[in-house]
Write a protein that binds this ligand. Structure first.
Ligand code: PEP
Length: 250
């Protein structure tokens, strides 16, 4: 398996036309990305289109959110079984936009994490501090607290089949990026935290950095010892910029 993962979160940005153009560009350029597993996270209505277009590529598909329940009276929700029918192999859980805009707390995030694993799909657990928390010196405790909430519910061993994305909230969609040293400090702390409860899983855990990653910032970020790829929002909407980030993986 590729050492790094470069994941593109399209958020709620798509139309049939833009998705067709983006997937075409990704298909054409993906072979030049040698050292990263590319993953795209389209909005739900474009999953079928994405699955068909990417069928002959090594690009994986994820979803941005999921319902932890199996099926039933959950108006507006989408289940893991449905996502799986469209070739989904990753699910974002706990993205800061879900935590902030839809009041998803640690308990709900943990439920989604466990339900995803139960379907043999890999959760990408997103964690990160707000600017206020960083300024108060709370970054490491906030981030490790978010990880610990999942460890409490699912156990440390569950991280054998999980990815973590460190995304400082103040860096998402703002054009601000954590410096490579700031990001590395938090990534190292996340690994060290897991090491204490699940030493066997800690070394192999992939920890992605997210927050305004661009082709020009990716290289130095990806060179850090504990950064294993990126979760990319804005720059994943154009094939060229997303592929260039993929090529920054060494
Ligand atoms: C994200 O959506 O997870 C993200 C990191 O977005 P952006 O790259 O636009 O900051």
């Amino acid at each position: 398996m590729a050492k790094m993962i470069v994941a593109g979160n399209w958020k709620m940005n798509a139309s049939k036309e833009t998705v067709a153009a983006l997937l075409k560009g990704l298909k054409q350029g993906a072979l030049a990305v040698k050292n990263a597993q590319l993953v795209v996270f389209p909005p739900f209505p474009y999953l079928a289109q994405t699955q068909i277009e990417l069928a002959d590529t090594r690009i994986a598909i994820g979803v941005q959110n999921i319902c932890a329940a199996d099926n039933g009276a959950y108006t507006g929700e989408v289940s893991l079984a449905m996502a799986k029918e469209f070739g989904v192999s990753y699910v974002l859980v706990g993205h800061s936009e879900r935590r902030a805009l839809y009041a998803e707390g640690d308990a709900q995030v943990a439920l989604k994490f466990m339900a995803t694993q139960a379907m043999q799909i890999t959760p990408i657990l997103c964690v990160g501090e707000t600017l206020e928390q960083r300024e108060q010196g709370l970054t490491i405790s906030v981030v490790t607290g978010q990880i610990q909430a999942v460890i409490d519910a699912a156990g440390g061993a569950s991280f054998a089949n999980a990815v973590v994305a460190y995304e400082p909230v103040w860096a998402i969609g703002t054009g601000l990026t954590a410096s490579p040293a700031q990001a590395q400090e938090v990534h190292q702390a996340i690994r060290a935290h897991l090491e204490r409860v699940a030493p066997e899983q800690a070394a192999g855990l992939k920890i992605l950095y997210g927050g305004s990653v661009t082709a020009s910032s990716a290289q130095e970020l990806f060179a850090q010892a504990d950064i294993d790829g990126g979760l990319v929002g804005g720059a994943s909407l154009q094939a060229d910029s997303f592929l260039a980030i993929g090529q920054a993986a060494k």
